[in-house]
Design a protein around this ligand. Structure first.
Ligand code: UT7
Length: 378
């Protein structure tokens, strides 16, 4: 059904992070590192780890249900579900298909989107296009990752960085003023192998050699990624603000991809934009890839940092190297978040496949889980 072109507003938001926490002190016991180095070089203090019964789909479904409730909608109101992720439950079917069933939606189209850490911003832009064209009225965009299962826990260069989480937003058609104002997306293939998960695809199918070569884990050239990230984030952010017909002075809050505090600080310096108007929660979650912007948005709203009429800027970068930015004007009541207060993991069930159960939890982290699940002494 096509309808006239319309404005596109962010009407629902929500985040989810698993309850199991991995601290810098824990990492000190696993690899040659220390809290001071990690905090100074990255700003990260702890990250969250999915439990064995959690997957990208289950976390995505919780965040998605929260976003739908915040928007004041029912699951069946959603016309399209997009999940941005680099850690899908399976190469196929899509994680979005599993999420559709888990949230009890009977009518939406569903698909995954591969843009790594830019997945949510790319998903937002895709959802925007569907809504603006009149093809769909309400689109659920989710960024969700279980990076703990593709992290090499013996590699101190990457093990300190990543965490698991999900975040979601609902984009809806509306003729009210505000909503999406400007969008910029870029891809620079010259950085394609800076952040790379080599094994398991058509070029290097899974087998004994890819397992022995640790190819099923994230490989990263940290310094190269860092430099390209600061440069690209700045140019993408500037382009989206310009596309919105704004100047940076008119932006109330920047919500950047939470990869590294120093990258965020570098962005702030390069733009001449004050850190007081940049939202940061990388200290509590590490880099959660596609989940990071929508999770930060949900926290920023909960913290009272987002008011009706505020102009927000989302900006992300990731493997590809992809980058994207969205400028929008917020039009919702932050208090709507209360509608999602009762929603949690018990509200979603991912339909099992026909193979027997397996324990996907990383062996290297079992000791943290045992510590967490041990009965309290006393
Ligand atoms: O979503 C995108 C995902 N990726 C990123 O955002 C990553 C971007 N890059 C970064 O965040 C930074 O490059 C890192 C945090 C990964 C590394 O920081 P850096 O300041 O670029 O450090 P470096 O790699 O240049 O290493 C400096 C030193 C080296 O020792 P030497 O050669 O100077 O003796 C490393 O071996 O620090 C050493 N090092 C560590 N030391 C303690 C590297 N990792 C660690 C560690 N603990 N975990």
């Amino acid at each position: 059904m096509s309808r006239p072109a319309t404005g596109v507003h962010l009407t629902g938001w929500g985040g989810y992070a698993p309850s199991l926490v991995l601290t810098n002190a824990d990492l000190e016991r696993m690899v040659e590192t220390n809290d001071e180095w990690i905090v100074t070089r990255t700003g990260i203090r702890e990250r969250h780890i999915a439990r064995p019964d959690e997957t990208t789909a289950s976390m995505a479904a919780v965040a998605g249900l929260r976003a739908i409730a915040t928007a004041g909608l029912q699951p069946d109101d959603i016309d399209l579900i997009i999940v941005g992720t680099l850690t899908p439950d399976y190469p196929m079917p899509s994680t979005a298909a599993l999420v559709k069933e888990a949230i009890g939606n009977r009518r939406a189209a569903a698909m995954d989107l591969a843009a790594a850490c830019s997945g949510f911003v790319y998903g937002y832009a895709t959802a925007h296009a569907y809504v603006a064209s009149g093809m769909y009225r309400h689109v659920l965009v989710i960024g969700a990752e279980t990076l703990s299962r593709v992290t090499d826990w013996t590699d101190r260069g990457t093990a300190i960085l990543f965490g698991d989480a999900a975040g979601a937003a609902v984009l809806s058609a509306s003729d009210e003023p505000g909503g999406t104002l400007g969008i910029e997306l870029t891809t620079e293939p010259s950085g394609a192998y800076y952040i790379w998960l080599p094994g398991g695809g058509a070029a290097r199918p899974a087998g004994a050699a890819t397992v022995d070569g640790r190819e099923h884990f994230i490989h990263m050239k940290g310094t190269e990624t860092f430099k390209m990230a600061v440069r690209t984030l700045g140019s993408t952010a500037t382009a989206a603000v310009r596309a919105a017909g704004l100047t940076l002075d008119e932006v109330d809050l920047v919500i950047p991809h939470q990869a590294n505090y120093r990258i965020i600080e570098g962005l702030s310096k390069s733009l001449g934009f004050p850190m007081e108007r940049v939202f940061v929660n990388v200290d509590c979650y590490g880099n959660t890839s596609a989940a990071s912007v929508p999770l930060a948005l949900a926290e920023a709203v909960a913290a009272g940092r987002v008011m009706r009429g505020d102009r927000l800027l989302f900006v992300a970068f990731g493997a590809g190297l992809t980058s994207g930015a969205i400028a929008l004007q917020w039009t919702e009541d932050p208090a709507n978040a209360a509608r999602a207060a009762a929603i949690g993991p018990a509200d979603v069930t991912i339909a099992p496949g026909y193979l027997g159960p397996t324990n996907p939890f990383p062996t290297a982290l079992e000791w943290i889980r045992e510590r967490d699940e041990a009965p309290a002494k006393g």
